[in-house]
Design a binder for this molecule. Structure first.
Ligand SMILES: [Zn+2]
Length: 377
């Protein structure tokens, strides 16, 4: 049976999450700790770090910022360029799926709003198609290939361009629970943590992608990594997705209003760049029994925007309801038919958590639904 956090709605099926004896998850515990942080002191630490890497030379970059174009990226660039006065080079790994209008606008906007150059890395589409389909069917992790590059590519560029200070946004493990949930500013271990850990490249070669085309999928060597200083900005400045969104809007960021009302989301401003990419985070649902609606509802409970009852209701209504536009775009890219997609998906549902209802829909077992409403610890 699933257990759920008494404060938010996060279940114990989330990989690596832990709970205290009162049934409060590590993300909620860390959220309480964050309230005691002296943010002025942290900002001072960031200034000191920036001074260490500032080149004071015209035409030289002081740091690299890994960006997607999203609301958090806007905030990252603002902090580094306008608050810290650094000269950043932005690096983005392009989405392989169909972009939304908002997504196309936002990556341009970030350059226009802050006056920055962007290096855009376009992944090998042939390899991406093969590996994306393989990882979906075999592991239920469709976006492994692209996510892996999101972590590794900025590291390789930072090393090649000799710009050691590399800025990522939030420490996902610390904020929301994961392997690497010690609080640290260093993102050096990120490439080894639970978000997109290594799959042996030999296995991928067997899918028909030549080894030569798997460049950058391995983490850089320890020696290379030790020469870099990758950081999480969320260590130094208070990180709040809703505040970041409100900030980004004032600088020209667009959400999905009037463009797309996503059935399995509870908001329209997170991960809005493309259609098919969204399958990735939704895949938690058949495996672990929770997806976007739970993730964001849980965050909003921590931010004090939602009550736990409201969060439970949103999770019940939305989590399972995978948007057909996501499926269509994913199938278009990988060359799967919608039928093949659902046959593969069916196999991935965790039978311990789910049962088929009278309409042939996979739904959480009643005991799990009941436990989520009234967690017993
Ligand atoms: Zn919690």
């Amino acid at each position: 049976m699933m257990r759920f956090c008494k404060k938010c709605v996060m279940p114990n099926t989330r990989p690596h999450i832990t709970f205290d004896k009162n049934g409060v998850c590590i993300a909620c515990q860390n959220n309480e700790k964050k309230k005691k942080i002296d943010w002025d002191k942290r900002l001072k630490e960031l200034r000191e770090l920036c001074e260490k890497y500032r080149r004071n030379e015209e035409g030289k970059y002081d740091c690299i910022i890994a960006v997607s174009g999203g609301k958090d990226s806007h905030y990252q660039v603002y902090v580094m360029k306008e608050l810290m006065g650094m000269n950043p080079l932005l690096i983005t790994v392009e989405d392989v799926f169909t972009m939304t209008e908002a997504g196309k606008h936002n990556i341009q906007n970030i350059s226009e709003a802050f006056g920055c150059n962007i290096i855009s890395f376009k992944p090998n589409r042939r390899a991406a198609k093969i590996i994306t389909r393989y990882m979906f069917e075999k592991y239920g992790r469709p976006l492994w290939y692209v996510d892996r590059l999101l972590y590794t590519v900025p590291l390789y560029y930072a090393a090649a361009l000799n710009i050691p200070l590399l800025v990522y946004g939030e420490n996902v493990s610390y904020e929301y629970g994961g392997i690497d949930d010690e609080e640290t500013y260093s993102a050096r271990e990120q490439v080894f943590n639970g978000v997109a850990p290594d799959i042996k490249l030999d296995e991928l070669v067997e899918t028909g992608v030549p080894r030569d085309e798997l460049v950058y999928l391995d983490a850089p060597s320890r020696e290379v990594l030790n020469g870099l200083d990758p950081i999480y900005l969320s260590y130094f400045v208070e990180w709040n997705g809703v505040k970041n969104y409100e900030f980004a809007k004032k600088r020209g960021f667009k959400d999905l209003t009037h463009e797309w009302d996503r059935t399995n989301h509870i908001e329209n401003f997170n991960q809005i760049d493309s259609y098919g990419y969204l399958l990735n985070a939704w895949m938690k649902y058949p495996k672990y029994g929770h997806a976007y609606a739970t993730d964001y509802a849980a965050r909003w409970v921590r931010y004090g925007i939602l009550s736990r009852e409201e969060a439970v209701k949103l999770a019940e209504e939305r989590d399972h309801d995978l948007d057909p536009k996501i499926v269509d775009d994913f199938c278009k890219f990988t060359g799967m038919s919608v039928r093949e997609f659902y046959v593969a998906l069916d196999k991935l549902y965790n039978r311990e958590l789910f049962e088929l209802n009278e309409f042939g829909q996979w739904r959480l077992k009643k005991e799990n639904v009941e436990e989520r409403r009234h967690p017993k610890w």
